[in-house]
Design a protein around this ligand. Structure first.
Ligand SMILES: NC(=O)c1ccc[n+]([C@@H]2O[C@H](COP(=O)([O-])OP(=O)(O)OC[C@H]3O[C@@H](n4cnc5c(N)ncnc54)[C@H](OP(=O)(O)O)[C@@H]3O)[C@@H](O)[C@H]2O)c1
Length: 252
């Protein structure tokens, strides 16, 4: 029996990077997974590969900045799996990268809609049914950028700071109802987002050697663990993969 046998999990931003690795790790642990992203190619290919290996996986295009699309995706998960036990609000963008003084207001605002309102949309879409069933886990993927301003990343830092507070508000309102809400700060991870950061050359993170970034398997393992009862005592908190004690607890 896998650690997540019988669980139905929705993962946003599952076409590549942390979301794709988490979706695969969860499916291998027995979860039924619904993969969401704006583009169809990555999620349909991954879902089909997982199904060929005997796992339960579905894919659906969904832009997390649009509540109606997120709500429709949760409806699809109910149709396919009969329930939703967890959502991983992982979708995120780093671009546009650049100074606030010259930012394109529309592009800045849209990035904030994805990185911040996308997390609200995911929680808003699942919480009524989680409250009715009396169980559920929500993990919002945060960042150390929530607590550290970085040049060129104003929408990203501000949205991740907002996400950290949204996590705490959601925990406050839903603790005692069988619902656990976490934020995961994964450290720097070797994904396409870090390639875009490197190409920008704009702040200290862009100067890091790509080899210094953690493999996607680390946050994927942490996300699997957060869906298990072993993580229950940390509900409401931000889990940082930079903390040695937390890494040891997760088995990293
Ligand atoms: N990599 C790091 O070092 C790092 C560090 C701290 C936190 N994080 C966080 O980890 C999460 C995943 O990042 P990553 O590094 O795996 O990035 P990534 O490789 O760029 O993947 C981002 C994913 O989000 C999806 N996405 C983007 N906008 C979306 C939208 N509006 N609706 C639905 N899906 C959307 C992308 O697919 P489509 O483009 O097809 O939609 C893709 O699947 C993000 O929240 C990021 O902020 C990453």
């Amino acid at each position: 029996m896998g650690k997540l046998s019988g669980k139905a999990v929705v993962i946003t931003g599952a076409s590549r990077g942390i979301g794709a690795a988490a979706a695969e790790a969860m499916a291998v642990e027995g979860a039924s997974v619904l993969l969401l992203a704006r583009s169809a190619e990555g999620i349909t290919a991954l879902a089909s590969r997982l199904r060929k290996s005997g796992h339960v996986a579905e894919a659906m295009t969904c832009d997390v900045s649009e509540f109606t699309q997120v709500s429709a995706a949760i409806g699809r998960a109910h149709e396919a799996f009969g329930r939703v036990d967890a959502i991983i609000n992982n979708a995120g963008v780093i671009e546009p990268i650049g100074p606030l003084a010259t930012a394109d207001p529309k592009a800045w605002s849209h990035a904030a809609d994805i990185n911040f309102k996308g997390v609200f949309n995911g929680m808003r879409a699942v919480l009524p049914q989680m409250r009715a069933q009396g169980t559920g886990v929500i993990v919002n993927v945060g960042s150390a950028a929530a607590h550290n301003p970085l040049e060129g990343w104003s929408h990203y830092c501000a949205a991740k700071a907002g996400t950290a507070m949204l996590t705490r508000c959601a925990h406050l309102e839903n603790r005692g109802r069988g619902i656990r809400v976490f934020s995961l700060s994964p450290g720097t991870v070797a994904t396409e987002m870090q390639r875009k950061i490197k190409a920008s050359g704009i702040n200290a993170v862009s100067q890091m050697d790509f080899a210094q970034h953690a493999p996607v398997g680390e946050p994927a393992k942490a996300l699997v663990w957060l869906l298990t009862d072993d993580a229950a005592e940390f509900a409401g908190q931000e889990i940082s993969l930079r903390q040695p004690e937390m890494r040891a607890r997760i088995g990293l």
